[in-house]
Design a binder for this molecule. Sequence first.
Ligand SMILES: CC(C)(COP(=O)(O)OP(=O)(O)OC[C@H]1O[C@@H](n2cnc3c(N)ncnc32)[C@H](O)[C@@H]1OP(=O)(O)O)[C@@H](O)C(=O)NCCC(=O)NCCS
Length: 160
Amino acid sequence: MTTPARGLTVRPLDPASPAYAEATRLRYDALYREWGLPRSLTDDANAAAFYHIGVFDADAIVGYARIDLALDEPQIYQVSVARDRRGEGIGALLVEVLKGIAAQAGHTEVWLDARAHVIPFYERLGFEVVGEEFLSRRTATPHRRMRAPLGGDADAPLGG
Ligand SMILES: CC(C)(COP(=O)(O)OP(=O)(O)OC[C@H]1O[C@@H](n2cnc3c(N)ncnc32)[C@H](O)[C@@H]1OP(=O)(O)O)[C@@H](O)C(=O)NCCC(=O)NCCS
């Protein structure tokens, strides 16, 4: 696995914080901008329902993801890495930290809906495809449902 650059830190994000506003810009750019979709897609009224994390290089946010831990089968969403920081292990760090948080909360597996072209990224992180291809509601791009068991050595704690 790609080793994240030294000096990166992973922190929980409060939806009321300025850092969360930065994260919202980052995920719009990573997930929706190329489709010309409205920015309002990231104005989520239900942000408090999720546990949010950011990867920071000093004070700059370079990665973002969230997990819904209230579900029987916790789900990861919105894995986003700044365009100019991809390929440094930041995406893997986000997913591993969220897996660790879900494991610490007592869950035995995590789920996500992966864009089809990103499936190999998640397979490297222990996920397997479990569902048929479907088109996402927002971008109408092909997705597959994936799951990963928890409890392996790779489930990293929150840290930096
Ligand atoms: C997908 C994304 C999160 C990956 O983040 P990243 O920081 O570039 O990924 P990493 O550097 O942590 O890569 C980890 C491993 O996955 C591989 N990988 C990364 N993106 C990949 C892709 N699209 N396809 C295949 N492999 C990929 C890397 O080569 C690396 O492999 P290694 O373990 O052999 O070194 C990032 O490209 C992104 O933000 N994309 C736009 C948003 C998006 O599509 N998110 C996913 C929604 S389901």
